[in-house]
Design a protein around this ligand. Sequence first.
Ligand code: UDP
Length: 328
Amino acid sequence: MKILFTGGAGYVGSACLRHAAKQGHEVLAYDNLVEGHPKAVASNPLVEGDIADTAKLTATLKDFGADAVMHFAAATNVGESVENPEYHYANNIGGSLSLLNAMRAAGVTRMLFSSTSSLYGAADKIPISEDSPPIPENPYARSKMAVEWMIQDFAHAYGLGYTLLRYFNACGADPSGEFGEHHDPETHIIPRILEVALGQRKTFAIFGTDYPTPDGTCLRDYVHIDDLASAHLLAIEATGPETRELYNIGTGTGQSVNEVIEACEAVVGQPIAKEYVARRPGDPPRLVSDPTKLQNGLGWSPRYTDIKEIIATAWEWHSKNPQGYTDA
Ligand code: UDP
C-alpha cells in the first residue's frame, strides 16, 4: 500500500511511518518541519509542506499515487491550546479541512486520524471504552473532536473510509536509541523526568496532588510508540473505502505521576528531585483505556506492558541524544 503520513517527521507519525516501511509499505512523509525532524523519517522520502497548502498536498498525493493517508500533523500541546486556542483551531481544524479537500481532489478514499483520549475529559467510568461520551475540556481536545466530526460528515457526504484512533499517552523510543521524543519546548512527563536525571532540569514539577485518584496525582495509560505503530498498521490494513471505525489505543493499565517518577528512578538508578505545584489547566484526572475493542477488532496487543521497560527505551534515546535530533 502507498501511504502518505501528514506529520510524518513528528514523534508518533515517524514511528508509524518507519514501522509501515519495515512491513513493506511504500511510505511518504509530508511535514512542515515546524515540530518535525528530518532524521526521524530515517532514509524514507520526505516532502516539506504544510497541510494548509491544499494545492501542494493535492499534487503530492497525486504524484505519489497514495492509496491511504495517516493524518498526524497537528498542534498537540494541551497547555498551549489553553493559552493560544487560535493556533490549535487553525492548525488542527483548518489544516484537516485542507487535507480532506486535497484527498477528495486526489481521489484518496482511506484514512486514519490521530485523535486523542483527552476528549473523554473527566470520564465517569474507568477504564474508558469507545462508547464513553466525549467531554473535551480544553481547546486541543475540542479541536480533535471537531475533526472527528468533520471526517464523519465528509465520509457520509462524499464517501471516505476512515478509522479514528484515540491515543492514550504515547511514550518510549525506538529500542535502537536512534529515534525518540524531541519536542521544543518539552512538556511531556517522561522526557521531563529524564531531563532531571541528565542534569538538564533542576527539579520535576508534579502538576497537582489533589486529584480524586489513589495518590492524588493524575492517572494516565502509557503506551509505547512501537505498540501505537503496530495498531496503526493493523488499522490501515483493515480500512476500506466503506469503513467507519473508532478505536482507543491504550494498554488498559493506569499509572499515577508518582508511579512514573518511581519507575524512572528505578531505570536511571538515581533519585529524581521533585516539587509539588498547582494543577495544569485542562488536565483530566484519570485517562485509562479499555483496549477490548482494539484487541478483539484488530487482534492487537501491546508488546510493552511494563512501564519500566518503556522508560528504559526512552532513557536509551535521551542518554544517547541529550540534545534530541540535531538537525532542527
Ligand atoms: N505532568 C506533570 N509534570 C510535568 C508534565 C506532566 O505532573 O512536568 C503530568 C500531567 O499533569 C499529566 C501527566 O503528567 O497528568 C502526563 O502529562 P503529559 O503532558 O505527558 O501528557 P498528557 O496526559 O497531557 O497528554
